[in-house]
Design a binder for this molecule. Structure first.
Ligand code: MN
Length: 445
């Protein structure tokens, strides 16, 4: 059973004892992010008294694999598999009349100062919206695109936007070459499914909301915007409407990003707002950068994409994981059912090819628990000889936000941490018979 709005998701988390209310007044500059960070992986927080705002702020709504498994209705080991399936089986979106869309409750002139936009890190250049789904349509095809971008508040009506070289940037460049503004809607306050779907590893021209509908298992209700030719989830909490201006740039940043480093400031395109819609008593969501929520919302769809891509060339891939230590972008662990000695190196090359973000890949056997980093390190420690088991590829496309990548040019490394075939006994893990059945309490006191 999946939930289909931020409110119903929060209700569920409250029932599970995961959502905690913070009723003490907090400062949205640093304090809110600091408290959230302390609760990272433990609690979803709802800050009911944010200084200078009547709007409550939620954080950590998807802070663990357990929560995402709950959101998607699958076992947590199956998240990548399930996401890969959803990407290949797009669902439907339906347009509902305004009367059936809670987001239409209040239609207001745009004013970003009315929202509790958070300053997260010490050297951030200002307040940033971090959990906004940015909706746009390709001016050539009319097909919708959904993605998440950090948005810096420049003025009550202006936002700066970082677009890495993916779909929204291509769409904006098309509009810019036609010298026309690009309609934009920013959707804040949804449950984890649209957030995950926005990160789907699908090509340009593939509506990410169709992935959300697949994950819901039924059509996603959308409603038309007021001032732009776009549709947004009817159950969203807050929607900002506007357009991205052609040929306008404004200094944006610095900003503490997912690699846990700051990206330096440089000029970026700008969104000019035309309207704002909210539900009655809206709730604002912020994602603390480099939190588990940030890592996993990006990481699970990337795992689904990696699994799907690798299966095209390596038949025996069992499961994949992007690790939080590698910020769920740079480090992938791949479990294979090895049938020949060449397979791990083939798997490494397939993984390198699957995404610009991946830097380091470890291939392990099925007896290694890929969700246990210590187990993976044990495989590297006892099954790898660097001279024969490591592949290094230099000067490939990397991630712009990686400080060690030279202008987004990055080296890649793969480690074969599988045991040689036919030597099972020499490489088997030691075990004590009966250990797994022992309950220590039965022996103490
Ligand atoms: Mn896209």
């Amino acid at each position: 059973m999946v939930t289909k709005s931020l409110r119903s998701w929060l209700h569920r988390l409250r029932q599970e004892g995961i959502l905690q209310y913070v009723n003490r007044e907090v400062n949205r500059r640093y304090e809110l992010a600091a408290v959230s960070k302390k609760a990272d992986g433990l609690y979803t927080l709802q800050f009911n008294h944010v200084r200078g705002s009547n709007i409550p702020v939620v954080t950590n709504i998807a802070h663990s694999r357990d929560l995402l498994a709950l959101a998607l209705g699958v076992r947590k080991e199956k998240l990548a598999e399930h996401f890969a399936w959803a990407q290949g089986h797009p669902g439907q979106c339906i347009i509902v009349p305004p009367g059936q869309a809670p987001i239409k409750s209040k239609i207001l002139p745009p004013d970003l100062t009315s929202l509790p936009i958070v300053v997260h890190h010490e050297k951030d250049g200002g307040a940033f919206i971090t959990a906004g789904l940015v909706i746009a349509k390709d001016p050539e095809t009319g097909i919708r695109n959904v993605s998440i971008h950090r948005l810096q508040m420049f003025s009550p009506r202006h936002l700066g936007i970082l677009m890495l070289p993916r779909h929204l940037r291509q769409i904006y460049q098309k509009a810019e070459s036609m010298n026309v503004p690009l309609d934009i809607a920013v959707v804040i306050g949804v449950d984890p499914i649209p957030l995950l779907a926005s990160q789907a590893q699908v090509p340009l021209g593939y509506d990410e909301f169709a992935v959300a509908a697949a994950l819901y298992g039924e059509p996603l209700p959308l409603v038309k915007c007021e001032t732009v030719n776009l549709e947004v989830p009817a159950q969203a909490e807050i929607v900002l409407e506007g357009h991205m201006l052609p040929h306008v740039r404004h200094m944006e940043g610095p900003f503490g990003e997912f690699p846990k480093t700051y990206t330096p400031p440089y000029p970026k395109p700008m969104i000019e707002l035309t309207a704002m819609m909210t539900r009655q008593n809206p709730i604002y969501h912020t994602i603390v950068p480099a939190s588990n929520e940030h890592f996993l919302i990006g990481g699970i769809p990337r795992e689904g994409g990696l699994l799907e891509t690798m299966r095209k060339t390596v038949s025996n891939v069992r499961n994949v994981r992007f690790t939080p230590g590698g910020t769920c972008r740079f480090h992938a662990i791949v479990s294979i059912d090895k049938k020949s000695e060449e397979e791990p190196k083939n798997a490494i090359l397939a993984a390198i090819n699957s995404s610009q973000d991946i830097k380091h890949i470890v291939i392990v056997d099925q007896d290694i628990n890929i969700f246990n980093s210590q187990d993976v390190e044990w495989a590297i420690a006892t099954r790898t000889q660097a001279g024969r088991d490591v592949i290094i590829a230099c000067d490939l496309p990397g991630n712009l936000l990686d400080p060690s990548a030279r202008n987004a040019i990055s080296d890649k490394m793969g480690i074969d941490a599988t045991a040689p075939l036919g030597q099972a006994e020499r490489y088997a893990k030691i075990r004590i018979p009966g250990e797994e059945k022992i309950r220590l309490d039965d022996y103490l006191g």
